[in-house]
Design a protein around this ligand. Structure first.
Ligand code: GDP
Length: 281
């Protein structure tokens, strides 16, 4: 990403910049058209005294206007219900476990639901995570009804006095319509257990996937009300630019970031850390 900004910086200091090219580059870096157009308009206005470094610090300012540090979430009582959604492979199951451990360490009592019933490995994976971090997991059979499972998970959590329920869901892409219907059903059924649930529906995206992440956000948002984003693989080589696109085009803030494969590689979204990744320090 830094290489890309060096290019933009070189464009603005020196010869007359090719604005269209800069706009195209920003869109290509997954910042989304809305941000790119707005940003280039700003650059044009201030062009006379601009150097390459100014271009980078302006980018910082613009991103800081859009993305904010994640503050501590207020938890609903008696039970705060969080549903994780997203396509396969983005890190949903891992993030469910990471989130469980994060909240557990803050003194909460958690239960996990292995709602990705379309991937036998996901059920096993969450059970293993549960054992490792000491959090009980409600799990059913491969191919089972995830809505019914979520409902039982809620009841079990209630019985044992847990105050946070975290539900993993399926993410297979080949039958998108079914996936969305199933998510809608899971949410309907959860409301039978608690009318105000879920209190958060978090979209998990792989920060390395680029513009596809923006499309995923648009698609899920059409079908389920989303509260924010968990950006995984922020430790990887990907650009992470899509977080800007998703915030500016879908009004969804990144709330958490995954920075590795271990349970503790997880933290509330931190703008400075993000900027360092995409722009360098
Ligand atoms: P799911 O299909 O969305 O449930 O994805 P998984 O949770 O199974 O994760 C897919 C792969 O991504 C696994 O190998 C995880 O260890 C890995 N993964 C998840 N989150 C992160 C992260 O923040 N950083 C890195 N490096 N790998 C991650």
């Amino acid at each position: 990403m830094l290489g890309f900004f060096k290019k933009v910086a070189a464009q603005v200091s020196g010869k007359t910049p090719n604005w269209e090219e800069i706009e195209a580059e920003l869109i290509q870096a997954d910042f989304g058209a809305k941000f790119a157009i707005h940003f280039v308009e700003n650059l044009k206005e201030q062009q006379s005294f601009w150097s390459g470094n100014d271009a980078i610090s302006a980018t910082r300012q613009e991103i800081k206007k859009l993305l904010h540090n994640s503050t501590s979430r207020s938890l609903q009582k008696p039970m705060h219900v969080i549903v994780l959604v997203g396509v396969n492979g983005v890190g949903k199951t891992t993030s469910a476990a990471k989130l469980a451990q994060y909240y557990q360490q803050k003194g909460n009592r958690i239960r996990l639901v292995a709602g990705d019933t379309f991937r036998a490995a996901a059920i096993e994976q969450l059970k293993l995570w549960g054992e490792k971090i000491g959090v009980p997991v409600t799990a059913g059979n491969y191919g089972g009804d995830s809505a019914a499972l979520a409902f039982s998970g809620y009841q079990e959590a209630q019985k044992e006095g847990a105050n946070i329920l975290i539900i993993d869901t399926a993410g297979r892409q080949h039958t998108k319509a079914n996936l969305m219907q199933e998510l809608a059903k899971l949410i309907r059924v959860l409301k039978k257990a608690a009318p105000d649930a879920p209190h958060e529906t978090l979209l998990v995206i792989d920060a390395a996937t680029g513009s596809n992440a923006l499309n995923q956000a648009r698609e899920f948002q059409k079908h389920v009300p989303l509260s924010g984003v968990i950006a995984t693989k922020m430790d990887g080589a990907g650009t992470g630019g899509s977080l800007v696109g998703i915030a500016s085009e879908c009004q969804l803030q990144p709330l958490w970031m995954g920075v590795g494969e271990k349970a503790e590689d997880f933290l509330p979204f931190d703008v400075e850390r993000y900027l360092e990744k995409i722009l360098g320090s």
